[in-house]
Design a protein around this ligand. Structure first.
Ligand SMILES: [Fe+2]
Length: 348
């Protein structure tokens, strides 16, 4: 485990990120955390906000009891706030919320209410500060993220293929599109650090085909590189077959089954990574405690397939797999945006 302390360089990193979020003198900022938050990031946030002459205050809640049948990791849906009205009111009254909850407020049920009045929320992924330092947000990525969002938003069909055997067709027309440049500078919006990916939430009955997870692809719920291929059959959004006898396949089957919910097998989101600084091999460098794996979701050219909750298709579950897949070709209505794991020139 890497040591966690208040390094000057990490205070500088947080100042840089917050300045990109247009936090400055007098900005009112709620630092949202829970008792099991990574304390060093909470403290770095507080000190960096003071450096910027902002007006920070803390909203800190006890981490709620476990209710799921298995351990839950990196879903982006924090249950920390528990719809506690005074806490929600405090959060929505700030200009900015810095989100240091363990899971993050990305899909939390209180999020729409917090954003509604113009508060912006910046989620700091539960990573060791060294990861955040390496993946400092950079405004230069924003035009490319916007272009990717435009293309995905205008597309009718996403086709994903690979030499390993993936052949997926996703009808993306009308699917809500999200892009993450790694910071947030507009009222009522959400951003997260590290960022650099584009995705959409497919509507119901739009995803069919085969997804082959090959050696070196990643299961981020387990924070583990696959060492043997897994063949997933996907019919009308749901994983209906998991073929493979390896440990990777058995672990995946076991975690899916633990939920005893059909929705856990449904598609959550699909997209691709665009962060040139994020690295595929980063997982190898850290203990599991040190990271939340957002870097692996964002590395340039990965195809990100995720199972679990998708409110836009009417599916609700806490079972969630984020599966960055390497070496795929992603085409939107025939236009290749990722070719064998490499971003096309306009997005790179
Ligand atoms: Fe996800």
């Amino acid at each position: 485990m890497l040591t966690e302390r208040l390094e000057g360089k990490w205070i500088d990193a947080f100042v840089h990120a917050f300045a990109l979020c247009k936090i400055g003198r007098g900005t009112t900022v709620a630092i949202l955390s829970e008792t099991l938050s990574r304390l060093v990031n909470v403290e770095l946030a507080e000190i960096a906000l003071q450096r910027l002459d902002a007006r920070p205050f803390h909203v800190r809640l006890p981490t709620p009891a476990q209710e799921a049948p298995v351990a839950v990791r990196s879903t982006g849906s924090s249950f920390a706030v528990q719809a506690l009205e005074p806490a929600v009111r405090a959060l929505e009254s700030a200009e900015v919320v810095i989100d240091c909850t363990v899971e993050g407020m990305l899909h939390a049920k209180e999020l729409p209410r917090i954003l509604k009045g113009g508060t912006r929320l910046y989620m700091i992924s539960n990573e060791h500060p060294e990861v955040l330092e390496r993946l400092l947000p950079d405004a230069a990525i924003q035009p490319r993220i916007e272009l990717a969002k435009q293309w995905l938003g205008a597309a009718r069909e996403m086709r994903v293929t690979s030499a390993a055997g993936t052949d997926l067709t996703i009808k993306v027309a009308g699917a809500p599109v999200r892009g993450a440049p790694g910071f947030v500078d507009e009222p009522g919006k959400l951003g997260y650090w590290p960022g650099g990916l584009v995705l959409c939430f497919p509507k119901a009955n739009t995803v069919n085909g085969t997804l082959v997870l090959d050696v070196g692809d990643v299961n981020l719920t387990f924070k583990r590189y696959l060492e043997a291929p897994i063949h997933l059959t996907i019919e009308n959004d749901y994983v209906t077959r998991i073929d493979g006898t390896s440990l990777d396949a058995r672990l995946m089957r076991s975690y899916f089954e633990a939920w005893q919910e059909r929705d856990a097998y449904g598609v959550s989101h699909v997209g691709w990574g665009m962060n040139a600084r994020a690295r595929w091999d980063a997982l190898q460098m850290y203990d599991k405690h040190d990271i939340n794996g957002t870097e692996l979701r964002a590395f340039a050219g990965n195809f990100l397939y995720s199972t679990g909750a998708n409110e836009h298709a009417g599916r609700f579950t806490r079972g969630h797999f984020d599966l960055p897949v390497c070496n795929c070709t992603v085409a939107l209505d025939g236009k290749v945006v990722v070719s064998e794991g490499r971003l096309c020139a306009a997005l790179a």
